[in-house]
Design a protein around this ligand. Sequence first.
Ligand SMILES: Cc1ncc(COP(=O)(O)O)c(C=O)c1O
Length: 391
Amino acid sequence: MKDKQIEKLIKEEEKRQKSVVNLIASENIVSDDVLKALGSKLTNKYAEGYPGRRYYGGNGVVDKVESLAIARALKLFKLKPTEWHVNVQPLSGSPANFALYSALVPLGGKIMGMKLSSGGHLTHGYPGSMTGKLWKPLQFELDKKTEVIDYDAIKKIAVEEKPNIIVAGFTAYPRVVDFKKFREIADACGALLHVDMSHFAGLVAGGAYPSPFPYADSVMTTTHKSLRGPRHAILFVKKDAREFDKKLDKMIIPGLFGGPHENTIAAAAVAFLEASKPEFKKYAKQVVKNARVLAKELQKLGWHIISGGTDSHLILMDTWMDGKGIPGKDASAKLEKAGIIVNMNTIPGDPRGPMDPSGIRLGTCAETTRGKKEADMVKLAVRMDKILRAK
Ligand SMILES: Cc1ncc(COP(=O)(O)O)c(C=O)c1O
């Protein structure tokens, strides 16, 4: 590179990534092919509109790229193009959720989602997010005793409050989500069911987590977490008389965005192809196996694992334990000093604030990409325990 300053920083970051154990639950390590597509000359092209319907000329090749991404996304999740529509243009997860609500929920309508402190995302109606300002948020929490979703409690609120849309699929929830139960709740109050599968989409693709598609009206996923693609998002909506497909496409452009990032869409298409291979099925299963072992070993060493374990790539660990341990922020800092990267996180009913919470969130996607297996997780748990208990 001619720009030596940026070149040096890229190298520094590459070195940092190589030198640490990465347990950030929302990160992964993409293939060289994904990187090649991201850094390709597709970035030079403006392509406002959709394949065959572009505003600018010269989009013949880009149309093929986007059409391939669409076909691969549908195939990966075993969806019929007659039943599901996918828009592959959203720039990331937050604007994708925003676009979906904008398309399907009248302004001022009610969005029901999990509270941030229980594991929901900012864009599920957090009062500080525009999704909690332009729409009325109805926030539910996890059951304090079991630390899992209480479907009856959610149903009670939903039937009383009649939300327009219910969001299922979260940011820091380790367990399987019962999409059938969420469908029943949505039907009981006349709401749409939107599944945000950003965290576990790769596990769904690899057959290691239940698919939300038989139950949802719409599904959003980022492509950069368990799916192991570029920083991006895609949105699926049911194709039927409600015309969600047309409403969504119109909201993406001209409603919210301009030119799509076709280099990123190409990189997502590469990731979809990679995720459709038999090796990816093995990978997804190993991600869950690794998370289960890591959770179990940490629990054996005396740590409080929220909900008692995990069914996914994600572990929520209470490091504070009512004052018997250390705050999540300190735990994260101590681990980072020793070369293990995690993020501090609130735990259900957290007695401490979100900026200095009681726990940390762990995930096994990146380290499983690096080939780590169960035995490595056992060693990692011992190492983490020592670091966290050191004075
Ligand atoms: C469940 C969920 N939805 C949406 C997002 C937002 O994605 P992005 O950071 O790409 O805006 C995240 C990111 O952490 C997430 O976990």
